[in-house]
Structures are given as C-alpha cells and as structure tokens.
Design a protein around this ligand. Structure first.
Ligand SMILES: Cc1cc2nc3c(=O)[nH]c(=O)nc-3n(C[C@H](O)[C@H](O)[C@H](O)COP(=O)(O)OP(=O)(O)OC[C@H]3O[C@@H](n4cnc5c(N)ncnc54)[C@H](O)[C@@H]3O)c2cc1C
Length: 444
C-alpha cells in the first residue's frame, strides 16, 4: 500500500481532510490533478497590486469559524467588506438604502410566507407575486438565488435555499488580506509538517474499491500510475463525479450505490462568470463629483449581462469585479472570452454613463472558465426540486472505505463556500479515523 489514506483533490476539503487524518498518525497522500493546490480557490497575481485577482472564491461568508481559525494561525487578517451599494434603474444610478439582498431573500424564503411545498424557487416566487407580496422583496430574492447561489430558479429547490438562509451564512462578510492563496499555502505547509505528501499533476481516472482496500488508477504527468490505500477520501466536485454526457471523468468500480447516484441527479452545478477588470486608475472614485468614492457594489438593470460589479473597498485598488450568476452566466457561456470582456466593459460603461472613459482606462481582464474546467465542471452546487436529502446521501461513506467531502456534501447550509468545504474535510477525516481505528488526534 502507498498510504493508509489517499485524498483525491487538494482544494479546501481535501487539504483540511489530509491535515486532520495525518494528525491521527495515519499516512496520507493527496492526489491533485492540477499543478497547483486550491481547486476553486484560484488567486492570480496582478503586477503591482497588493490584491490578487480572485478567479474563484474571494469572500469569507458568515462566521466561518474554521476559516477564521486558519487565518489566525497563519497570522493573516480578515478585512471586512466595506462600502455602499449603488443600483442603476430607469431614473439613473442611486445609492440603495436597503442593499441587503440576503436579508430580503431570508425574509421571503424563511418568513411567514415561506414555502411548505416541494417546489422550485420560480414557482414559489410566482405565487408570491400573484399574491401581491412586496415586489421589490421578490425581485431581490430572485436576484439572490441567481447571483449568490448561481442557481436556475426554475429548478432550484426552494426548501434547500431556505435551509441555507437559516444557517447564518451571509453574502458580504470579509476577505482574507492579500487574497485566499496565503491561507491555502499555510494549510498545505501544515499538511506537509504532518507528513502528508501532496502530489500535484496526479489525475485519478478510476477508483476501484473493496472493503478495506482502494486502488486508484490515473496519470502522474504523462505516466500511467496506480496508487493503493486502505481508504480514500473523495473531494471531487459534483460536476466531475457526475461526468460528462459521454463518459465519466472518474470511473468508480464497483459503481456508486444507487442512493449516491440518485443524490447526484438532485445536485446541479451552478454557473458563474466572474471577470476581474484591471484599469489604469480607480477612475470610478473620481467621476460624477466623487459620489462613488465609497462604493462597494454596483447593481445593474435586469437586462444587463452582468448583474453586479464590485470594488475591493476598504482597499482602494485599480480593479473591479464583474459577476454573472445562474441564468445570466448560462447566457454568456458560449461567447468567447474577448466577447465576455466586451460585455463586462459595455455594462460598466452603461452603469456609469461613461463608455469612452471605461474603454480608455481598461488595461486587461482575468477570468477562468469553471464550466469548461474538467476538474470542476461548474461553479458550485445547488439542490434541485425533490433533492432535500441529496447532500447527506452524497456525504455518506461506503463500506468504511470510500469517504466523501467537498462543498456539495455540506449539510449545515455552508455548501458552495470555502468554509463549508473545510468543515466537510474535517468530518470525513473523523469518519476515516473511526473506520481505521486511528489513535486520537495530536497537535492542532
Ligand atoms: C467563481 C467562484 C466564486 C466563488 N466565490 C466564493 C466566495 O467568495 N466565498 C466562498 O466561500 N466560496 C466561494 N466559491 C466556492 C468555493 O470556491 C468552493 O465552495 C470551495 O473552494 C470548494 O472546495 P472543495 O474542496 O469542495 O472543491 P475544489 O476546490 O473544487 O477541490 C477539488 C479538487 O479536486 C481536484 N480534482 C478534480 N478532478 C480530479 C481528478 N480526477 N484527480 C485528482 N484531482 C482532481 C481539483 O483540481 C480540485 O483541486 C466560489 C467558487 C467559484 C467557482
């Protein structure tokens, strides 16, 4: 055997799991397909900027205890998200007094009129609209599901959205100072201190298992390789576990039990197009008499391709982020990268009423195609109608041998977040340790 436990994936869940398993005196190898750690945390340095372009996760949502503990150990600050929210409507661009879309969504999905039925977000919201419930609240609730959850309201399960909103996750929160990468480098260093071997460019193509024994087949670089262990922790994103229509990305033999295959049918990957736009100067701070100097977020009109743009306030830097989630991202995804950037710039020009200035200031854009990425196949997971138990079913282990972690297996409402993924890694590590009768954890 190569190790007691092999962890597939070096994202948040995989690294948290590996560290925790290794602290129980078990040998651990992490196999990561890409030549970098982090998975859906992907910080890209911008020359001359203290803040990287975060192509994936950027915010710390809600209390996020595990993330905050990790940041503290690493000596990294969390910077509270700041600034006002401005919104463009027919009468122009106005500062929103009530800019908390998550609070609006919480009141709609968990308040007095909360849905008690197995139904989609769209069906539920249409009923509320028919009952003349406050239209503004309903629109904000829909924008939240599309933008924050990256979900399609036509199929997203209304009960699962409500559960998540009850869990205390919040939309804004904070950001790790200097981006997420230093925290991940620290976590990987902690793993290595515990003896974990992190093998990059090592792609698993087939998982063969029997109780107490796992063989993984795949490639390390261009070489075919086989690894074996007593147990494996699988942190593959839902999009990868499900595979493409033609073939699985990772074959499992014997195949996953029916309950898990069923769970995968009720979990969808949401879609996000996030473009980081780099400018010569933070010109938005100066225009229109400096009224946007303290702007954190800009919301556009519903017909715009990008729903929201944001600054890095309280840090004053020269990039803005353009975000399209759910159906808006789907509408954009067949466009070329340059056409997507064009639309992001055009939307910004319309927002400020300054198309020429936006063009003149623009330097370059950074983005990552999460849908096309064969190691992700989408942004993050959501539950479709009828899938109330899907996350728990995906999280359950098989024969004390195959264990599952990753944001999609989060059952405490933190799915789709870094913190949720860290928690699932810890949970899977505990399950493995119990199954392998590992000694108590050492260090912390
Ligand atoms: C655009 C975007 C913005 C986001 N914004 C935020 C945010 O602001 N705040 C927040 O908390 N969360 C955010 N998220 C979600 C967050 O990034 C994820 O929930 C979290 O990082 C998932 O961690 P994970 O370990 O479950 O999965 P991943 O990070 O996807 O890790 C899985 C790993 O498995 C590897 N892998 C895949 N296939 C194989 C294979 N065959 N063999 C070996 N390895 C393989 C992958 O390369 C990857 O490294 C965002 C995500 C996206 C895409």
């Amino acid at each position: 055997m190569d190790a007691d436990v092999i962890v597939i994936g070096a994202g948040a869940a995989g690294l948290a799991a590996a560290r925790s398993v290794a602290r129980r005196s078990l040998n651990v190898i992490v196999l990561e397909a890409q030549d970098r750690i982090g998975g859906r945390v992907f910080s890209h340095d911008i020359p001359g900027s203290a803040v990287p372009a975060e192509l994936g996760a950027e915010f710390i949502h809600g209390p996020a205890r595990e993330t905050m503990a990790l940041l503290r150990s690493a000596g990294i600050q969390a910077v509270e998200v700041g600034g006002d929210t401005w919104a463009l409507d027919e009468s122009g661009i106005l500062r929103l007094e009530d800019s908390d879309f998550m609070a609006a969504a919480r009141s709609v999905f968990t308040g007095d009129h909360a849905s008690l039925q197995d139904e989609s977000v769209a069906t539920f919201l249409a009923r509320l609209e028919g009952n003349h419930t406050n239209q503004d609240l309903v629109h904000k609730a829909r924008a939240f599901v599309e933008g924050f959850e990256a979900a399609d309201p036509e199929i997203a399960d209304v009960g699962s959205i409500a559960d998540e909103l009850r869990s205390g996750v919040d939309a804004g929160g904070a950001r790790p100072s200097g981006g997420y990468r230093p925290m991940f480098d620290f976590l990987a260093a902690q793993c290595q201190d515990e003896g974990v071997q992190i093998r990059l460019s090592s792609t698993v193509r087939r998982i063969k298992w029997q109780p107490g024994f796992v063989t993984l087949e795949g490639n390390a670089g261009h070489n075919a390789v086989m690894w074996s262990a007593r147990a494996a922790i699988v942190t593959l994103p839902v999009g990868v576990l499900r595979g493409t229509a033609d073939e699985p990305e990772v074959a499992v033999e014997p195949s996953l039990p029916a309950v898990k295959q069923e769970a995968l049918r009720y979990l969808e990957m949401g879609h996000v197009i996030k473009v980081v736009l780099q400018f010569r100067t933070p010109f938005w701070e100066e225009i229109h008499g400096g009224r946007y100097r303290n702007a954190g977020f800009f919301r556009t009109r519903p017909n715009q391709p990008f729903a929201v743009y944001w600054t890095q306030l309280p840090l004053r830097v020269t990039h803005l982020v353009a975000w399209a989630g759910g159906p808006k991202a789907v509408a954009l995804r067949n466009s070329s990268p340059s056409a997507i950037v064009e639309q992001a710039l055009e939307g910004l020009g319309t927002l400020f009423g300054e198309p020429a200035l936006v063009r003149a200031e623009f330097i370059e854009a950074f983005m990552h195609d999460w849908d096309a990425d064969p190691f992700t196949r989408g942004a993050y997971s959501y539950v479709v109608v009828g899938g109330a138990g899907a996350r728990a079913a995906l999280a359950s282990s098989i024969a004390g041998t195959l264990f599952f972690a990753g944001e999609a297996t989060s059952i405490d409402g933190q799915d789709g977040t870094v913190n949720g993924a860290l928690v699932t890694g810890e949970r899977a590590a505990e399950e493995v340790a119990a199954a392998l009768h590992a000694p108590a954890t050492r260090g912390a």
